[in-house]
Write a protein that binds this ligand. Structure first.
Ligand code: ATP
Ligand code: MG
Length: 450
């Protein structure tokens, strides 16, 4: 059931409750008033002779001016003894065979009143005394009460109805707007947003949250599009090289000769280039797979990793790869974090292999691991290289970003190394960063919770 229907239903139930309540009040009140009249009649019926025998002045004294008194004969004749002062012609509808020992409601056969309460009491064997009081006043009082209750009920319902309408307009119409916007976006109006209603309402907050979500979605979509564009661009270069070399092989010998593809050495060179580009492509594709996995939240096994040992191993590897490079390790014991050892090794290696690649072999490399407070372990890789321009620093961890386009692809990098570090550290709920002073070197770091 929609909220609108529920509100209408609530309004209807309220009206029904009012109706039942009002009818109940009217019935109770009527019962009470009639009871009073009946009690009066019962009093007369208990001493009928006395009442019938009263003279005119006595009657006025005992407030009998509203009462009809008559004699009912066995043959049905009704003879008035006296009647109410304001309704002198009144005749209650009683006749032959009527014996009303308890007061009863009856109509009238003459007079102004439409109804009476009437009781009879035996006078002699064939004559009964008849006492009747018109119910005109009771009916009027009850009609007045009913009118008041009805008017009050409608007033309350009106106010409640207005409040409901107001609530509906402020609280529910925005939902309809939201639905419209969602449908429009599904149809392809990507930039459609909801206009938030009056501030301070839940609907306003919902609309804002909805818009924020759409913005975030769109941003992530755009990021994805850029990423795909960068990836295809990155893969196109090695593919072009591959196609170029392989097509040379099928050309006529003279044309191929122009490119040196005639002897074993030329062909060998071409094959080496093809192999290098294929390897490069494989690496890019593997990196992309890894990034995708990390994005999807595959944080790896959560085992205890001794970062100190990791740093010492990486330093030992460097001594094999670049024996001339001055390398220093400063890592104490107890640098234990929970995470995926292979990935963490990969993160540290991304830092060190960059240092090896982008700084001269004479530049000193320092690998440091230490505790920051009780909760965190920090890893720093500093080099004494040329450093990086301040404008480049904020983008270094972006995917496919290379600081200096001139040396980028030539040096074999595809700009994914640091992006992978960012993803790995992110998956371990850590932080990462870089600082650099041109001419003095750079410091790449990450911090993990212990
Ligand atoms: N120690 C460093 N000194 C100077 N520049 C650096 C250093 N480390 C990284 N850079 C710059 O940051 C860029 C991004 O590095 P990143 O590791 O993300 O990509 P890459 O090394 O080019 O490619 P990949 O690591 O995927 O092979 C590099 O292209 C390089 O210009
Ligand atoms: Mg790199």
């Amino acid at each position: 059931m929609t909220l609108r229907r529920r509100l209408l239903f609530a309004l209807f139930s309220l009206a029904l409750t009012f109706g039942v309540f009002g009818a109940g009040v009217v019935a109770v009140q009527r019962h009470y008033l009639i009871g009073q009249v009946d009690a009066q009649l019962a009093g007369y019926a208990s001493s009928p002779r006395l009442v019938i025998g009263l003279s005119g002045t006595d009657r006025a004294q005992v407030a009998l001016s509203e009462v009809y008194v008559g004699r009912l004969f066995a043959d049905g004749r009704l003879v008035t003894v006296f009647s109410p002062t304001d309704d002198p012609d009144l005749l209650p509808a009683v006749g032959k065979g009527d014996v009303l020992s308890q007061p009863e409601g009856r109509g009238t056969t003459a007079g102004q009143a439409r109804g009476v309460r009437v009781v009879t009491a035996p006078l002699r064997t064939d004559v009964q005394a008849v006492f009747a009081i018109p119910t005109t006043q009771v009916d009027q009082a009850i009609a007045q009460l009913a009118a008041t209750l009805t008017a009050g009920g409608f007033a309350v319902l009106g106010v409640v109805g207005l409040v409901i309408w107001w609530t509906y307009r402020l609280g529910l119409k925005p939902f309809a707007d939201l639905t419209d916007a969602a449908r429009a976006i599904t149809r392809g109006e990507r930039r459609r947003r909801v206009t938030p209603g009056p501030s301070g309402t839940e609907a306003n907050e919902l609309a804002r949250a909805f818009n924020t979500m759409l913005d975030a979605n769109q941003a992530s979509e755009e990021r994805m599009r850029r990423f795909v564009a960068d990836a295809s661009h990155e893969l196109r270069t090695p593919l072009t090289t591959l196609t170029g070399y392989s097509s040379l092989y099928t050309r006529p010998a003279t044309a191929a000769g122009a490119y040196g593809l005639v002897d074993a050495q030329g062909i060998g060179d071409a094959m080496r280039r093809i192999n290098a580009e294929a390897t490069r492509m494989t690496r890019i594709v593997n990196d992309l797979f890894l990034l995708n996995e990390l994005d999807a939240g595959a944080a790896g096994a959560g085992a205890e990793v001794d970062l100190g040992a990791v740093l010492r191993d990486v330093a030992a590897d460097i001594k094999v790869i670049q024996p001339e490079r001055p390398v220093q390790v400063e890592a104490g014991d107890g640098l234990i974090v929970t995470g995926d050892q292979d990935r963490l090794v990969q993160a540290v290696t991304a830092f060190t292999s960059n240092a090896l690649r982008y700084t001269p072999v004479t530049a000193a490399l320092t690998i440091r691991g230490f505790k920051v407070g009780k909760q965190r372990v920090r890893v720093e890789v500093s080099d004494g290289g040329p450093g990086i321009a301040a404008g480049e620093l904020p983008h270094l961890y972006d995917r496919f970003y290379r600081a200096d386009p001139g040396r980028g692809r030539g040096s074999g990098g595809s700009g994914l190394g640091l992006a992978i570090v960012a993803a790995i550290v992110g998956a371990h709920r850590g932080q990462y960063g870089v600082s650099s002073v041109p001419g003095q070197g750079s410091v790449f770091w990450f911090e993990l919770p212990t």
